[in-house]
Design a protein around this ligand. Structure first.
Ligand SMILES: Cc1cc2nc3c(=O)[nH]c(=O)nc-3n(C[C@H](O)[C@H](O)[C@H](O)COP(=O)(O)OP(=O)(O)OC[C@H]3O[C@@H](n4cnc5c(N)ncnc54)[C@H](O)[C@@H]3O)c2cc1C
Ligand code: FES
Ligand code: FES
Length: 1340
């Protein structure tokens, strides 16, 4: 056998430590390298693997060969090929600080500002902020926003993260009260107002003055060895040979060109942001990769009097800087194209991707969604190509972008640079894009447009238009442009241009990506925007050069009325501001009692330093194997055969686990763990591969051949399920009064429909589990990311047919759950356990983001029909609602969700005659499951839509209808549970007041009168949210508290730390009860061995019930200690504990809470299903762009009744986080399926959770003061879920703006409500001449 060639040494630094890799695998990334070498470096977190979430952000420092300066830039480690790091220094979160040594100010501040909940996004956030500070020690707020644009957080709602970053900014005074006119410095210590001031309201959640200053001189220096390497650059070609791939990095252009002759099929790899995702998800494979980053010719920038030539190897971030510099140097008329490019570069992806992606890679990738190619095409850019044969130029035009062989690079050619000419006088270039949300989202449609006028006239001399997103490649409708030459710039020209474009830019109804009418509408809407922009500029020129009227069209350039000018403005990215208010603790409360204070999350600092251990951070166990799941590719089919013989032959593959390997029960009859005979959805788990490594297991999965025979029926939608009578459980119904009779007596009746889309949990930590079989007695240790370890334990027990007492589940912390880790982890735990028992080896199962999204299901989509009867004054007399939810293929929690939905449907309204019915549909989609709010956010949207429909019919504002129909006095709900709405009304009134609702409503109306193309909307929503489960046994909880002889205390309880701060709250409780500081206490994990038979941490009740159990345990201990304390009242805690030990008093106690009484009798439609309610109200104001469907959130005010918050920082964090998650549900998060039932939206590229730029510009949250409840621990309330529904205030504000448009344009009211209110929905609802054009065109 020939000897494998020897690789060069890969030399780089991580956190100041030299790394020499002699046998590096070119297929590896920096992320896989760091995770594999966990003994050397802190692990780094994986969340999406595609550069889309920022969880794996690190800083890379390189010496720039051209500027000779060291460049520090953020990157996403999951896309950085390990071989690209030759000569680079990598800094991870571990490298900047640690709780063991010294915290970096960024780490300290993000934790102490409460900018971390589950902590999974935190290291990435820290590194993005750290990199910003390395480059700008005193950044502007704008720079801060930009730096965090590529980092997603699913928990916090971003506000506290920004707040922590803001403490470094130049403009910031750190005051959180912007907009109130007051300064926090006027308030008392710890944020408490000086005694006697209004209600003792606090606004300070952290003490900025305690933060350590940033000292840039303390940072890690660039390793001198790398500096020396950079000064004498290695010119020889470096080669790294892997098992399947060879990485070749030439040192000179000549070598590169020779290599390209030798390997014409080998791609150049630069940022890997295009190649990387394609290799991962499209299975593309390149045995040879050429890495030209060391070739200085590719990063050259040449400025000439004609234009700018930029090296193809420059990163998009560098291109952005180069363009900004050139724009500042040249007159405006020359920089039209540069300005357009710069505009799009600001919103193209996040900073990490812009730092990695190269200009050449962007152009050559020719993505149809490209933001830059349309502008480069219209700007007349030329591509400078080079090969061993010589150089040549080709235009970056439609033929090149379409990949036509005649206009393309030859295999041995590379792109050396791009020449972008200056624009000229009388020439205008603009760029447009519309995406699902403002930042970090691929455009639905992007466009570049250019027009050149005959000097001194408005006659078109040249016109070019290019669109991305409307075909497989960027298109330039040249015929249309040709036909418009010589035309004057006026309305008839615009009409003609629209008609021509719609003809030429053909988007068939079946175009991939759908949204055909929307995209067509954008094609002409963008053109209209361009028309207006140019008209404005032309007018200035005409005035400047005193152009004679004769040179112009007879219309003399039509005037644009002020009302229409709003079409021109894009929504700017603004930095959110806001105030958070809460009631200070009782002045009589002892200072050492932490209850009611904004205590930092217990793990906050560990999150920020990366030292917090998540499930997959557990070191690799001896002989550990990796499991990958094999899922069905058919929606409904019989399994004919499974052939895994080929898979078993691959290196490293140990076994394939099927249903036959299960020694006990294979799930439930209708919900199997592993499919047998039949599959019911795409994504159903059929079998699982176990191999020595994850890479080997993934390769084996591709070799498993499953043959199917398709079965009928195949049902995906609720409508189809209704048609086929396909339901998972019987109808749930509640009724009161006499609905039929009431309908006969009302003034008016409206009927309508509401469609609410599903939602993906998108917890940052995907599902993962590690099962370790022990040496004896069939014992298993299971480390799992779950909200319900007892359920995992039970499922594993029945699957393996071994008793529960042999199985111990451990949960240290969970990187976000939101309901998605209640039921599903048990399935993964059980399958992994079967593998562990069969192989006798530990099994690790970590789902990829794509698999997690495909397999696990999410929030139930809902279809609601309503009929509402009301008087002309807006009083609702009868309401009949019928809801259907899409449960997917198995029951899971669908019956419970239906019940909760029906129970909660009345929200805050007292309507005498009601009928609520609900059913869960069975479809061939993955089973939907629990999700924050459990049906309430979907169902109540139907109720609130009825209110807006009634308001529209009565000609009254919706808030008047809400007020008129709200509960006013002590009353009974539809299920006859008594309650007092006093706090609900207080929340409503405070929200009206704090948001200055009525005056702002007037301002909104005035704005709308003055603006045609932009409209504002405002809405205020009340909320009555029931907390807890409808069964007493689900409210029981237990705790175990040990006091050790040194006085330290170990607290264990049945709740799981999901980021919601339950452990922090539990120690606050224990500290109050035991009367010792929290520093004495510790919680190490939740385990089925310490607290058995626990209930899922869910339904907002976790802290409440477990708090009672902890309280009980502590009170038992205190009682035991009482005689000792009495005997020695001056003694210390340590003295008393020592004495107790001497006197043989047990220092360990179990606490127990039997639970709140709760029941529901569905036959009688009566019960007391919920222990208590949380009340709240939210007011949101938005502005929409009628031409694109985009919206901006101007302001949100939330008032929430938290009663006596255990920890206001944590509770406000829950409210803000759930509000932003709710906002995502109602505005941007959209699940898309293929006609065959395959989920398309399986990554952050396709599924858009809110990003930092989506936070309302002003975001105020206040906890209602002086509210009490005798029922709960220390009169607190559970706030985990309720904020979710308040996100609908944004939805109704958007709907309000859309309704204004429709009324103004005399378009019929539409009572079909569609959530999410995506740009597509908004644009198409704002009917105008352009939508009409498209519809007319489609109907031809
Ligand atoms: C999370 C994420 C978000 C994104 N968001 C956006 C967005 O909002 N808008 C947008 O327009 N784009 C977006 N992109 C796409 C991004 O702009 C491109 O992936 C990127 O510009 C490609 O550059 P690269 O250096 O990474 O290319 P690579 O992946 O390294 O290479 C891509 C291709 O280009 C070829 N190539 C590279 N350089 C040369 C050369 N000099 N000569 C010949 N061939 C060459 C390679 O052979 C390869 O085939 C996003 C990408 C990611 C991962
Ligand atoms: S960006 Fe790397 S894991 Fe998401
Ligand atoms: S704290 Fe940001 S994702 Fe959980």
């Amino acid at each position: 056998m020939p000897c494998p060639p020897r690789s060069d040494e890969l030399v780089f630094f991580v956190n100041g430590r030299k790394v020499i890799e002699r046998n590096v695998d070119p297929e590896g990334t920096l992320l896989t390298f760091l995770r594999k070498n966990w003994t050397l470096f802190t692990k780094i977190l994986y969340a999406c693997g595609r550069g889309g979430c920022g969880a794996c952000t690190v800083m890379v420092s390189k010496n720039d060969p051209v500027s000779k300066k060291i460049r520090h830039f953020s990157v996403t480690a999951c896309l950085v090929p390990i071989c690209s790091l030759y000569g680079a220094a990598v800094t991870t979160v571990e490298g900047i600080g640690s709780i063991k040594t010294r915290l970096h100010p960024v780490q300290e501040r993000i934790a102490k500002s409460h900018g971390t909940q589950c902590g999974f996004c935190t290291p990435g956030m820290v590194m993005s902020m750290y990199t910003l500070l390395r480059n700008h020690p005193q950044p502007s707020e704008e720079q801060l926003m930009e730096a965090l644009g590529g980092n997603l957080c699913r928990c916090t709602g971003y506000r506290p993260i920004l707040e922590s970053g803001r403490t470094f900014c130049t403009e910031s005074d750190g005051c959180q009260q912007k907009g109130t006119g007051k300064c926090c410095l006027d308030w008392g210590e710890n944020g408490a107002s000086p005694r006697g001031r209004e209600n003792d309201i606090c606004t300070k959640l952290f003490a900025k003055e305690e933060f350590q200053p940033l000292d840039p001189t303390q940072e890690l220096v660039f390793p001198p060895e790398l500096l020396r390497m950079a000064e004498n650059p290695e010119k020889r070609t470096l080669t790294f040979y892997g098992e399947r791939v060879t990485w070749i990095s030439p040192g000179t252009l000549k070598d590169l060109l020779e290599l390209k002759v030798k390997h014409p099929e080998a791609p150049l790899i630069l940022g890997n942001t295009s190649l990387g995702p394609a290799m991962k998800s499209q299975g593309r494979f390149h045995p040879i990769l050429l890495y030209p980053a060391r070739i200085s010719e590719l990063t050259m920038v040449t400025k000439t009097s004609e234009g700018l030539t930029i090296g193809a190897g420059c990163s998009l971030a560098q291109v952005k800087d180069i363009l900004a510099e050139r724009i500042s140097e040249l007159p405006e008329e020359k920089t039209q194209t540069y300005r357009a490019l710069l505009k799009h570069l600001k919103s193209l992806a996040g900073p990490q991707i812009r730092n990695m992606a190269s200009l050449g890679g962007h152009i050559i990738s020719r993505h149809s969604y490209s933001d830059l190619n349309p502008i480069l095409a219209v700007g007349g850019a030329t591509l400078n190509l080079i090969s061993a044969e010589g150089t040549r130029q080709i235009p970056l035009d439609e033929s090149f972008l379409a990949g036509l062989a005649s206009a393309d690079l030859k295999p041995e050619e590379i792109l050396e640079s791009v020449h972008i000419p200056h624009s000229r006088k009388w020439e205008f270039v603009s760029a447009f894009r519309q995406a699902q949300c403002q930042q970090s989202a691929l455009a639905h449609v992007s466009a570049g447009m250019r027009v050149l006028f005959k000097e001194g006239t408005d006659s078109i001399e040249a016109l070019s238009v290019a669109y991305g997103g409307v075909a497989a490649a960027t298109v330039s409708p040249q015929k249309s442009c040709q036909q418009l030459l010589g035309r004057h710039w006026n309305e008839p020209m615009l009409d003609e241009a629209c008609r021509l474009l719609l003809d030429e830019v053909s988007l068939p109804g079946s175009a991939p990506g759908g949204q055909v009418e929307f995209r067509r509408t954008l094609v002409v809407s963008f053109l209209f925007k361009f028309y207006l922009e140019v008209l404005q500029e032309l007018k200035k020129l005409v005035k400047l050069f005193s152009v004679p009227v004769s040179a112009l069209d007879s219309q003399c350039l039509p005037d644009i009325s002020d009302r229409f000018l709003s079409a021109l403005e894009d929504f700017p990215v603004t930095i959110p501001q806001g105030v958070q208010t809460y009631q200070s603790v009782d002045p009589q409360q002892p200072p050492r009692d932490p209850v009611g204070h904004p205590i930092m999350h217990l793990s906050g600092l560990k999150h920020a330093t990366g030292e917090a251990v998540f499930c997959d951070d557990i070191p690799v166990a001896d002989k550990e194997l990796f499991m990958v799941l094999v899922t069905s590719s058919r929606a409904h089919a019989k399994i004919i055969s499974i052939d895994f013989s080929e898979a078993l032959e691959l290196p490293g593959v140990v076994d394939v686990i099927t249903a036959e390997d299960i020694p006990g029960t294979n799930g439930a009859e209708d919900d199997k763990l592993l499919a047998v005979d039949e599959v019911l959805c795409v994504g159903q788990i059929v079998c699982a591969v176990v191999a020595e490594t994850d890479v080997q297991a993934k390769r084996a999965v591709e070799k498993i051949k499953i043959t199917y025979e398709d079965l009928e029926p195949v049902i995906f939608t609720i409508q189809d399920a209704i048609k086929h009578n396909s339901f998972l459980c019987p109808e749930k119904k509640l009724e009161q009064g006499n609905i039929e009779e009431a309908f006969e007596k009302v003034d008016q009746i409206v009927e309508g429909e509401v469609h609410v889309g599903g939602q993906e949990h998108f917890y940052m930590e995907t599902q993962r589990v590690l099962v370790i079989p022990k040496m004896e007695d069939k014992e298993l240790d299971i480390v799992v990311s779950t909200q319900d370890p007892a359920h995992v334990q039970k499922t594993v027990s029945s699957t393996l047919n071994i008793p529960l007492n042999r199985i111990t589940c451990h949960v240290k912390r969970v990187g976000g759950g939101f309901g998605g880790k209640v039921g599903r982890p048990a399935v993964f735990g059980a399958i992994a356990a079967v593998g562990a028992v069969k192989t006798g080896r530990p099994i690790r199962l970590v789902l990829d983001r794509e698999d997690d999204m495909l397999i696990t299901g999410g929030r139930h989509p809902l279809f609601g029909k309503y009929k509402v009867g009301f008087m002309n004054n807006g009083r609702i007399k009868a309401l009949d609602i019928e809801c259907y939810i899409n449960g997917g293929c198995t029951l899971d929690d669908s019956e419970l969700v239906t019940e909760f939905l029906i129970l909660k449907l009345e929200n805050a309204y007292k309507i005498r005659n009601l009928r609520f019915r609900g059913r869960a549909c069975m479809t061939n989609l993955p089973s939907n499951t629990a999700f924050r709010g459990f049906g309430f956010p979907q169902g109540t949207l139907v109720t609130e839509s009825c209110i807006t429909a009634v308001a529209a019919k009565c000609g009254l504002p919706p808030e008047k209808i809400r007020e008129k129909n709200m509960y006013k006095t002590v009353d009974k709900t539809i299920y006859k549970q008594a309650f007092s709405p006093e706090t609900l009304i207080r929340c409503w009134n405070e929200c009206l007041d704090k948001s200055s609702f009525h005056s702002r409503r007037i301002q909104v109306e005035e704005f709308n009168k003055k603006n045609y193309w932009k409209k504002k909307g405002i809405a205020i929503i009340p909320m009555k949210f029931s907390v807890g489960f409808a069964a007493t046994s689900y409210h029981q909880a237990a705790a175990l508290v040990h006091i050790y002889t040194d006085g330290s205390v170990l607290v264990t309880h049945g709740g799981n730390e999901l980021g919601q701060g339950i452990h922090t709250k539990m120690l606050q409780v224990a500290s109050r009860e035991l009367k010792i500081p929290m520093s004495y206490m510790h919680i190490c994990e939740t385990s089925t061995a310490t607290v058995p038979n626990t209930i899922a941490t869910a339904a907002s009740i976790g802290a409440d019930v477990n708090g009672r159990a902890v309280q009980n345990a502590c009170q038992i201990l205190v009682k035991r200690l009482e005689p000792i304390i009495k005997k020695n009242p001056e003694g210390t805690w340590e003295d008393w504990i020592e004495a107790a030990f001497e006197q043989r008093i047990s220092l360990s106690a179990t606490g127990y809470f039997r639970g709140y009484k709760a029941f529901m009798d569905w036959d009688r439609g009566e019960g007391d299903p919920f222990p208590y309610y949380v009340y709240g109200a939210a007011c949101s104001e938005v502005e929409i762009d009628c031409l694109t469907g985009a919206h901006k959130k101007i302001r949100t005010d939330i008032v929430m009744d938290a009663c006596c918050s255990l920890n206001p920082a944590i509770d406000i964090g829950q409210i803000e986080g759930s509000f932003i998650q709710g906002m995502g549900l109602y505005t941007t998060e959209e699940l898309k399926y293929s006609p065959e039932g395959v989920l398309y939206s399986r990554s952050p590229d396709e599924y858009k959770i809110p990003a930092i730029t989506d936070v309302p510009e002003e975001f105020n949250v206040s906890l209602l003061p002086s509210s009490q409840t005798p029922l709960t621990i220390y009169s607190s309330k559970g706030l985990g879920e309720s904020g979710m529904f308040l996100g609908s205030s944004v939805f109704f504000a958007i709907a309000d703006a859309v309704a204004t448009v429709r009324t103004e344009r005399d378009i019929a009211e539409d009572f079909t409500v569609q959530s999410p209110a995506t740009p597509e929905w908004v644009r198409m609802a704002c009917v105008d001449r352009f939508t009409e054009m498209v519809w007319n065109y489609s109907s031809q």
